[in-house]
Design a protein around this ligand. Sequence first.
Ligand code: AMP
Length: 542
Amino acid sequence: MNGQMMQQPLLISTLLTHAERHHGEQEIVSRRVEGDIHRTTYRELAARARRVANALAQRGVKFGDRVATLAWNGYRHMELYYGVSGAGAVLHTLNPRLHPDQVVWIADHAEDEILFFDLSFLPIVEAIASRVKTIKAFVVMTDRAHMPASSKVPNLLCYEELLTDVSDRFEWPRFDENSASSLCYTSGTTGDPKGVLYSHRSTVLHTYAAALPDALNCSARDSILPVVPMFHVNAWGLPYVGCAVGAKLVYPGPFLDGKSLYELFESEGVTMSAGVPTVWQGLLAHVESNDLSFSTMRRTVIGGSACPPAMMRAFQERHDVQVLHAWGMTEVSPLGTVCTLKPAQLALGSEEHLATQSKQGRAVFGVDLKIVDGDGNELPWDGKTSGELMVRGPWIVASYFKGAGGDPLVDGWFPTGDVAVIDADGFMQITDRAKDVIKSGGEWIGSIDLENIAMAHPAVSMAACIAAFHPKWDERPLLVVVKKSDFEVTREELLAFYDGKIAKWWTPDDVVFSDTIPLGATGKMLKHRLREQFKDHRLPTA
Ligand code: AMP
């Protein structure tokens, strides 16, 4: 016997029509590429997304066609999020931090039809325009007054003109909720990038889950500033959550330095933000060196890389901003776990709170987790035994676009490539990427713990721990440190800093100081580059 409830497909357009009807006056504020502050509302967003849909139809974009963007976080990008997917085409967010050769490869693989891009990315578009095989039109996301001239890209189209030329009346089509809605390629540090093709159903379900109190906890009373880019896993879903709950959205555009972000936090009453640890370092440095405080900001989601406990302490103890440590991946839409405390942990003291919060947290409803050994056997949740983290759920990849890499699943679970422990209360902690683990004499040393300790030293601005060759132990930890400019610290002082904080044999064998640590296109440390750079490093213990 079936239930007797309405059959309504879960479509991205329904998020927008909800926001228009129930939160029409709610604001969306963007710092534009042009430099000024722009204000709009959900009502206006909906009307302009319908214009986008009409403009796409006029240019022959059909159901399932890929429409690419190279754009910062801003209202025009959000119009494309809804206009493209709502009309049944697939929004393909390209990452402008990739090398132009990679952008060409990805755009060709995706068979993108049209590329919408922000003014600041004209140099990338000029580098790729004559090389991409399928892109037929290049649209600059600006008005006529700001249109650039380019000899390298013929027939540049103007976004505002495209929208003016068409009606704002458009009936969002109803179709199968399993239809593709958006496409994002993995960072591909090894091998070719692979496309993760989200569906309307997966996106809407992820939106419900992301807004939950023990997930990102978003409501109509929030003013949300996503620092995490809309070109990387849909800004962790926040442009969709905004519509679902009717929150004010504040977009920073290309201005991601501490000063610009702080100004927006204060002027727009931002209550919540989200981003990778490296962004928050800049913000904290600005706030602390200018003796500032946050007047409305209450919580920030930090993920993408492990959040060092020292950063959590700074936010929570000095600025009264709660840190929500979260774990996710492109393949997981991205939200997998968020760290919020249960009553049992809340009953403990602040040091225990911090210890729990440094874990990546508990599964959001909809995501199931397990850890397995090398033979695929499930391992106990004892907070000590580590194994590869496997996940499954309705917003987790089942196969990559065009079948790249074959079937990724193992017994219906997606192997994340992360190594983790899970404690009896279900708190998961990532100890490493499988390929970054340091294998010392057959035992595993997790690099994240070693980096977190180094980051708590006042002189350390960035720290990466990598495996260095050792004739007896195969691999031993080597700590690569970027010093803060106004501090001095020696190798010996840093090594002594580990005393009592970690098992003695985990202490790095050596420290090297470096001017930078290479970061990838999504802000993660490129440890394979560091391993290459230091492959001939001779450890003093060798
Ligand atoms: P991406 O698909 O580029 O978003 O990268 C996903 C990977 O980032 C994960 O598999 C983890 O290795 C890493 N990651 C994401 N969030 C965290 C976190 N909170 N702590 C440690 N690593 C993380």
